[in-house]
Design a protein around this ligand. Structure first.
Ligand code: HEC
Length: 119
């Protein structure tokens, strides 16, 4: 009986590991977005984070606006996140994240942004 329980626990642990591998990158991008971006862009990406008050001279981009977001190539989005607004001739209120996020995390973030706009 004990052996069955141990085997069951081992199978469960392996199943959990497997799930982790499958969803790791998508979860990381969402977690990073909630942590680093949501205060300006909002948790759902609508540009309605707590920092978007009338005192902010430039509104954070609404990442769910497909019409606006489809004008940007993946490289534009990547560069805006990595080097910030100044690097892409946008507002410097968009901070650079090249020192904070790894190259892989930046690429995952571009995919996450595409998911938010569905474009
Ligand atoms: C301090 C507030 C702030 C934070 C934090 C922030 N952003 Fe922004 N972001 C902005 C603002 C403001 C703009 C609009 C710039 C403009 O239109 O001139 C912007 C624009 C963008 C754009 C569009 C750039 C373009 O070329 O139109 C992308 C993509 C973006 N942000 C992604 C992110 C991601 C991803 C994060 C988190 C890793 C993040 N931002 C964190 C304020 C912020």
């Amino acid at each position: 009986m004990k052996k069955i329980a141990v085997t069951a626990a081992a199978v469960f642990a392996v199943a959990l590991l497997g799930m982790n591998i499958d969803t790791a990158s998508a979860k990381d991008a969402k977690a990073n977005y909630d942590h680093y971006c949501a205060q300006c862009h909002g948790t759902s990406g609508k540009g309605d984070g707590v920092n978007n008050t009338k005192d902010l001279p430039v509104s954070p981009r609404n990442h769910t606006d497909a019409n606006e977001m489809k004008k940007l190539t993946d490289a534009d989005v990547y560069n805006a996140i990595k080097d910030g607004g100044a690097a892409t001739s946008k507002s410097t209120l968009m901070p650079p994240f090249g020192e904070t996020l790894s190259d892989a995390e930046l690429k995952d973030m571009v995919k996450h942004i595409r998911k938010l706009c569905g474009c």
